[in-house]
Design a protein around this ligand. Structure first.
Ligand SMILES: [Zn+2]
Ligand SMILES: [Zn+2]
Ligand SMILES: [Zn+2]
Length: 88
């Protein structure tokens, strides 16, 4: 669980450690639970797009926890089905 501390930082409620916030490609919000390990190569690097579980489920019917354990996941953008406001 994430919560905001006195300094306005998002921290892990259990440990008090600052959470790493990632930008969800779909809803453009900074979220602690956005994730993605898209395997598509972009030249020398790998695609770094992140999607939050809510967007994955509502837009693509995918379960966030399942892609975390999927070694061959390709993000919706690389599948050319991304329907976010940037890609449309
Ligand atoms: Zn999102
Ligand atoms: Zn990708
Ligand atoms: Zn997109």
């Amino acid at each position: 669980m994430a919560m905001e501390n006195m300094n306005g930082q998002i921290v892990n409620a259990a440990t008090g450690e600052p959470m790493k916030m990632k930008n969800c490609h779909q809803c453009h919000k900074m979220r602690s639970d956005a994730d993605g390990n898209c395997v598509t190569k972009k030249g020398a690097t790998t695609c770094v797009l992140k999607y939050c579980p809510k967007c994955l489920l509502t837009r693509y019917g995918e379960i966030g926890e399942e892609l975390a354990v999927n070694d061959n996941w390709v993000c919706p953008k690389c599948r050319k089905i991304c329907n976010c406001s940037w890609c449309r």
